[in-house]
Every structure is written in structure tokens, then in C-alpha cells.
Design a protein around this ligand. Structure first.
Ligand code: GAR
Length: 208
């Protein structure tokens, strides 16, 4: 069983999708060891508690800077022997120490079709605001490995979602979650835990 930890900052609907998929046996060979939240107020913590998963708060406010904050998380993950780190709505950029220690072992879900609408400042609802401002007709979600450059790692899975004429950022966010994020994130985790992902440079091959 691959030992995984999920990092969250907010509502945790992607965490819920992971928990539900585990319950239905859709994520194979995986043991969810910990949910770690950057905020004590995150509803994701309640979801972890309801599912009986150990959950911890590493409160961003208690650290002078991003380095000390993410170092504390790296130390926890290392102590717990975590083999895969999942960023499920974790809204902080990782340091190069983090991405080096867990090279090829961090998966992020992003609410757009990368390389569009990504990078610094593109997170959460802001992504959908920018998509609507630009007027693209298709958006979606991307599950990818995390490297030192923001949203630039090798892509594991993507799924497209139609943008409707009367969408607001909130309606679009909900459709992207339902039709794309909550499907491809559990799939990507399962593929990793089954040993079916091979990274070759920028390309991720899915093995049979
Ligand atoms: C999700 O839409 C996720 O893709 C996004 O934050 C939201 C968290 O929702 N992540 C990013 O924008 C990362 N760049 P959730 O807490 O309900 O899963």
C-alpha cells in the first residue's frame, strides 16, 4: 500500500472525492495516512474527521515565512514515511526543498487546462474569473506532478469542460469540479499507487 497525505487549505471537495473513491474501491493500493491543513478553519478538516482520517493543522499564520511553513510540513511528511503527497486545493507554492525531497511524488489538481490559466495568482475562483474574461469556450482541469516551477510539471490527466454563455465564476467552478476535478484526481492517485505512471522528461506515460 502506498502511504499518501493530502494537503488542503479550504472546503475540501477534492478531498471528499478522494475519500469517496477510496470507499468505493476506485483508488487501489493506497493508504490515506494524513490530511494536513494550512488553516484551522478549513472545512476539509471536518471531512477528514468524519472519515476517521488523522488530520493536522500547520497554521500558515504561525510561521514567519513560506520556507519555515513548508519546511514544517516536509518534516511531518518525512516522519510519517509518506510516499505520495496530494495537493487538493492547497493554496501555497512549495519551496524547492519540498519539491526536491518529494521529487516525482507530488500530485496537484488545477482547475484549468494547463498551460492555459495557470501560474502565480491563478488559484481557486480567480482561474474561472480569468477564463470568463478571456472568453474561451472550453476549460477543464489538470492533474499533474509538481516541480519547482509553478504549474509547470509533467501532466498526468486532463479533462475538458464546456464554458456556457451564462456562466458565472461560481457556476463554472462547480461544473469544472463535478465534470473534471473530482474524476481525474482520484484516477491520477490510483494510477500512481498502482505503479502505472512513468515520467519521461515532460511526458507521463500510463502503463497497462
Ligand atoms: C479546486 O478547484 C482546486 O482545483 C483549486 O482550488 C480548489 C479547491 O477546492 N486549486 C488551485 O487553484 C491550485 N492552483 P476544494 O478545497 O473544494 O477541493
Amino acid at each position: 500500500m502506498v502511504k499518501i497525505a493530502v494537503l488542503v487549505s479550504g472546503g475540501g471537495t477534492n478531498l471528499q472525492a478522494i475519500l469517496d473513491s477510496m470507499l468505493f474501491g476506485e483508488i487501489k493500493n493506497c493508504e490515506l495516512r494524513a490530511v494536513i491543513s494550512s488553516s484551522p478553519k478549513a472545512y476539509a478538516l471536518t471531512r477528514a474527521q468524519n472519515a476517521g482520517i488523522p488530520h493536522y493543522v500547520v497554521d500558515k499564520k504561525n510561521y514567519p515565512n513560506r520556507r519555515t511553513f513548508t519546511d514544517a510540513i516536509v518534516d511531518m511528511l518525512t516522519d510519517m514515511d509518506i510516499e505520495l503527497v496530494v495537493l487538493a486545493g492547497f493554496l501555497y507554492i512549495l519551496t524547492s526543498r519540498f519539491t526536491t525531497v518529494f521529487e516525482g511524488k507530488i500530485i496537484n489538481i488545477h482547475p484549468s487546462l494547463i498551460p492555459s490559466f495557470c501560474g502565480e495568482g491563478y488559484y481557486g475562483i480567480h482561474v474561472h474569473e480569468k477564463v470568463l474574461e478571456y472568453g474561451v469556450k472550453l476549460t477543464g482541469a489538470t492533474a499533474q506532478f509538481v516541480t519547482k516551477d509553478t504549474d509547470a510539471g509533467p501532466i498526468i490527466l486532463q479533462r475538458a469542460v464546456e464554458v456556457k454563455q451564462d456562466d458565472t465564476p461560481l457556476t463554472l467552478q462547480r461544473r469544472v469540479m463535478e465534470e473534471a476535478e473530482w474524476r481525474i484526481l482520484p484516477q491520477a492517485i490510483s494510477l500512481f499507487c498502482e505503479g502505472r505512471l512513468k515520467i519521461e522528461g515532460r511526458i507521463v506515460k500510463i502503463l497497462d
